[in-house]
Design a protein around this ligand. Structure first.
Ligand SMILES: [Zn+2]
Length: 59
């Protein structure tokens, strides 16, 4: 099952949708995107919050 994470689901005005097959890969992709595009380093709290917003792709 493909998982996805949308920046806008956490209130960020960004159209990026990160997708991966596992939560671990998704977190890595989101962390890289957040650092690259938003200048934000994901700490444990932000990772935990992001994981609550992960959903199956295509929803
Ligand atoms: Zn973004």
């Amino acid at each position: 099952m493909t998982l996805e994470f949308r920046c806008r689901d956490v209130g960020v005005a960004c159209k990026n949708i990160a997708k991966a097959e596992t939560a671990e890969e998704l977190v890595a992709a989101v962390a890289e995107h957040a650092k690259d595009k938003h200048g934000v380093e994901l700490n444990q709290t932000l990772v935990a919050y992001a994981l609550t917003k992960v959903r199956p792709a295509g929803g």
